[in-house]
Design a protein around this ligand. Structure first.
Ligand code: ZN
Ligand code: ZN
Length: 249
């Protein structure tokens, strides 16, 4: 974010109240906690605020676009870039949040999860998994049936596309013959895993991790979401690495 070249810009003080509108949640009016972004319009809210809101609604609280008719929770995701910015800009916020969460678990007599001790950002909320399962291709027919009519017949070729470079990052696996691919921005990390597993004749896509900037990506993220939150200011193609899951190494 710093503007290089002009030394004055590097030390210029900015009043927090001038940027508050960009780093607060419209639903609770507090600073963003566990920032979560709607992939379609890029509006950001606290995760807990947005999830609660989407239990009753399927539109973005800011711009009112329909996120998804029936499964809006599948089209939102953790926005690490935004949360990092908020924590950097607001002194003491991260520490206060960690403290609050720690106290919450202690009050319930539960063990404090590893994430809360250090980083909050990757907190798993059970909802994630529930949505994820509903979205993966392994779903039972009754669930898939509900989605089918919306599916287009051109195999997503008319969707927004992303260019990806898939690099192998382990000596245990071979590289792909063709590592540059283009596919729908609506495809998920799981789709990529299945693609790679098939190309490399692996017994299961579950043996793989896919990483961006050395961070393991959740299987339910769409590629659009990965680009927006992990590759927003970088040039195409999106560079992803794959390797065997750590416990298989
Ligand atoms: Zn909020
Ligand atoms: Zn919006």
């Amino acid at each position: 974010m710093a503007v290089l070249g002009n030394p004055d810009m590097l030390t210029r003080k900015i009043n927090l109240c001038h940027i508050n509108a960009h780093i607060t949640c419209r639903l609770c009016e507090g600073y963003l906690i566990d920032a979560t972004t709607v992939t379609e319009c890029l509006h950001t809210f606290c995760r807990s605020c947005l999830v609660k809101y989407l239990e009753e609604n399927n539109t973005c609280p800011t711009c009112r676009i329909v996120i998804h008719q029936s499964h809006p929770l599948q089209y939102i995701g953790h926005d690490r870039t935004m949360q990092d910015i908020v924590y950097k800009l607001v002194p003491g916020l991260q520490e206060a949040e960690i403290k609050k969460q720690r106290e919450f678990y202690q009050k319930l007599g539960m063990e404090v999860p590893g994430d809360v001790k250090g980083e909050l950002c990757n907190m798993k909320i059970p909802l994630d998994q529930r949505n994820g399962d509903a979205k993966s291709e392994d779903t039972t027919n009754k669930e898939a049936g509900e989605e089918k009519p919306e599916e287009d017949n051109d195999y997503h070729r008319s969707d927004e596309q992303v260019s990806i470079c898939l690099e192998c990052n382990s000596s245990k696996l071979r590289g792909l013959k063709r590592k540059w691919i283009r596919c729908s921005a609506q495809a998920t990390v799981l789709h990529l895993k299945k693609f790679i597993a098939k190309k490399l004749n692996l017994t299961s896509f579950n043996e793989l991790d896919i990483l961006c900037n050395e961070e393991i990506l959740g299987k339910d993220h769409t590629l659009k979401f990965v680009v927006v939150t992990r590759w927003r200011f970088k040039k195409s193609p999106l560079l992803l690495h794959y390797r065997p899951k750590m416990d298989l190494l």
